[in-house]
Write a protein that binds this ligand. Sequence first.
Ligand SMILES: [Zn+2]
Length: 437
Amino acid sequence: MKNKTPIKNIIAESYLLRRSYVSDDLEKSLDNLAKYTTASFTDHRFASGTEFNGWVVPKKWNVIKATIHHKGKLIYDGMHHPLAVITQSDSFEGTVSLNELKKHLYYAPNHPDAIPFHFRLSYRAWQNDWGFCVPKTLFDSLKAGDYVVSLQTEHTMGDMVVREFVIPGKTEEAIMFVAHTDHPGMCNDDLAGCAVGVSLLDEIKKKFPNNHYTYKVLLVQEIMGSVFYLSRLSEKEIKKIKYGLFLEMLGNDNSLNIQKSLQGTTYIDTVSQLALHTVGEETRICEFREAAGNDEIVFEAPGIEIPMPSLSRWPYSEYHTSNDNLELMHEDKLQESLNYLIELVFILENDMMLKRKFTGLVSLANPKYDLYIDPGQILDNTLGQNFRQTNFQYRMPNYLNGEHRISDLALEFGIDFKWLHQYFSKMAEKGLVEFKR
Ligand SMILES: [Zn+2]
């Protein structure tokens, strides 16, 4: 078990691989990631050309040579970085004018020294094109004249591999964490999500040995992997995935953000917001699709309808450029993201429906209960620092009707879940309340 490896090292190992959707490098990154968990996994394979709802699995793709010469001098070698040739580019050999060449060059306006991520062809198996991604500084410096392009790529039949890790629980009801493995040459988007997700698995095994829920980490090709993975599940299997959480962009220097599910008020929305309070982050919560958009639209699609909020540190300016590199990754932010997820699992595992076993008002101060929260000075109207808790104790009894969970009260009263869980556990010990799932 190697869960003590810094998460940044897990990212470092795979980020420069040419992880196009169907590629040896993507499978290599999956094997790299799998080294950091003892959880078992299943690979789901989808052959190139497979079609579902108009989505087509691309061909296996690799780059062999990618040079541009001008007046006999090499001005660009697209082998230096996995983003330097557009993903799924065709081969091209020939001499072109500057104007023609520029139609096949892409740059990042806000990061003139970086190169952008061009991914469109991965989603358009029916479209053919060739191209390079270059620094804007190079693009701007090109002089009129002829350019000799030698771009050799290979398209062959292969399998798109989606890897599903699982920790079985007492129930088959599953919580699914999803992250995407593609995006060659970048870290935050989204190897960061994959590395944190994989790191979570053994933490769950260690910290929650009698876990109630089944936990899954699904590593996909963005949108496409999720579409095809779900296309093979029966209605019954889809129903077992109770809730999801998308993990993305978890290592840059920004606070955590929860983007709510489509409905916005589901159980996983409550839990994901509460976990944010518990890690003490500045609270950033937004509506569906107001932050980074990912595979939540696949899981929330009609007929599937698995609520899927998204955890990220969006926004960051290096997005979709080669500057989304290791320098952007902060180990403390990655660890904080992992801690957030451990809190989330703690809430899921310990959350209970509350049903009172008393009628009328109970004297909580009686030593046999010892549950009264003392407001402090008897005539101090400010009630000290524990206003929320003292206020909570007067209103709480009427919520104990078997229809509210601990998490509902934590959100309603703005109180830390762990504190409330301890309080109600004590109430349960004193025979005042009973827990139900
Ligand atoms: Zn992206």
